[in-house]
Design a protein around this ligand. Structure first.
Ligand SMILES: Cc1ncc(C[n+]2csc(CCOP(=O)(O)OP(=O)(O)O)c2C)c(N)n1
Ligand code: SF4
Ligand SMILES: [Mg+2]
Length: 340
């Protein structure tokens, strides 16, 4: 499909952005390329997308994809409230946010938690390298205890597992992947594009400059040797043929409202059901106790209700309401008087 135009008449090159200024080999650049692939494959109109971020190397990346979309680079740790505002002002925009483990798990932790409770419709990616890359490699709050910094310092604090936290906060789509795993990331993103609520994807994304040495639990070698897949994921676009034949009983297919299909193939001996939140907690805890990076789709609430629906917002975005249809001063006064 990569040389062809997609369903909205665009080429893959129409989904790229500016040239990356990150270190050569940074995991974050691979995630950028998976985002470009998924938005192209899903034929998303880039003019209807708003890209959001905080501060960090990861937060610079929205400049490198979807160059025709809107963008807002917030202050450190404040992507979530900005996303909430963008959604309430213009609910017709599709949102994708990229944050870092520092940006989300330290300064932005409170905002992140409350955004998940509210189920703001957006794809929320954390490019998780266990360090503050932009400020020269200090441990972040997601770094595993016992991990060694480039300076030789050993991390004595427990790391926050963002997927477990997201589940606890009521997140309706919780997944983890590895930046180098296009086969898993692209289907996850294709599904996330269609999710009606916050689609959280924690992506282990090694920092080649500050965390790729012996003793770091986030080096490429350490992540690859501890990466265990929860399931094999496939995504079939509307009207696209399923080319691979799977053995009966080993796969599950979920049809989506637009005719696309998610295909899940069981890999672990332990049972998992993406609709079962308790099992998602169990799988995450087991993996953590074994020191594994379990990747895949942990939980998906297919019938999730995004914020706009919970608040019964009108279909017409507030930003499209002209002066002529705004309530008069008297009408507003009447409404306000009810709260006096
Ligand atoms: C209010 C505020 N405090 C601290 C900083 C300094 N600072 C910039 S980026 C950053 C952390 C970046 O780490 P992360 O979010 O993990 O992104 P990475 O660079 O690792 O991709 C910090 C602490 C800042 N810019 N603003
Ligand atoms: S410092 Fe680390 S996170 Fe930042 S661009 Fe370089 S490799 Fe990537
Ligand atoms: Mg980081």
């Amino acid at each position: 499909m990569s040389g062809e135009t997609n369903r909205v008449g665009l080429n893959k090159t129409d989904y790229v952005g500016a040239k990356s200024t990150l270190c050569v080999g940074c995991g974050h650049d691979s995630i950028t390329s998976h985002i470009i692939t998924a938005f192209y494959q899903s034929s998303v109109d880039p003019y209807k997308v708003s890209k959001l971020s905080g501060i960090g190397c990861s937060s610079k990346t929205p400049a490198y994809f979807l160059g025709r979309s809107h963008g807002f680079n917030s202050i450190h740790g404040r992507m979530a409230p900005v996303a909430t505002g963008v959604h309430l002002a213009n609910s017709s925009q599709q949102l994708i946010g990229v944050s870092g483990d520092g940006d989300t798990a330290s300064i932005g932790l409170g905002s992140f938690a409350h955004m998940l409770r509210r189920n703001i419709p957006m794809i929320y990616i954390v490019e998780n390298n266990g360090v503050y890359g932009l400020t020269k490699g200090q441990f972040s709050a997601t770094a595993e205890s016992g991990s060694k910094a480039k300076s030789g310092l050993i991390n004595s604090f427990q790391g926050i597992d963002l997927c477990t936290l997201a589940l606890e906060m009521g997140c309706t789509f919780v997944a983890r992947s590895f930046s180098g795993d296009a086969k898993q990331m692209v289907p996850l993103l294709n599904l996330a594009i269609r999710h009606r609520g916050t689609a959280f994807i924690d992506v282990i994304s090694p920092c080649v400059t500050f965390a790729n040495h012996e003793g770091s639990t986030r080096s490429f070698d350490a992540v690859k040797s501890h990466n265990v897949h929860l399931q094999e994921l496939g995504f079939v676009q509307p009207q696209q043929e399923i080319k691979v034949q799977y053995e009966e009983g080993t796969t599950q297919q979920v049809e989506l409202h637009d005719g696309s299909r998610l295909i899940l193939r069981k890999l672990l001996s332990a049972e998992h059901d993406i609709a079962n939140r308790d099992l998602a907690f169990a799988r995450l805890n087991e993996a953590r106790n074994k020191g594994e990076f379990l990747t895949g789709l942990f939980y998906w609430d297919k019938d999730s209700r995004p914020l706009g629906e919970q608040l019964a917002l009108p279909a017409r975005p507030l930003s499209a309401v002209g002066e002529e249809s705004r309530p008069s001063r008297e009408a507003l006064g009447k409404i306000l008087s009810r709260f006096e």
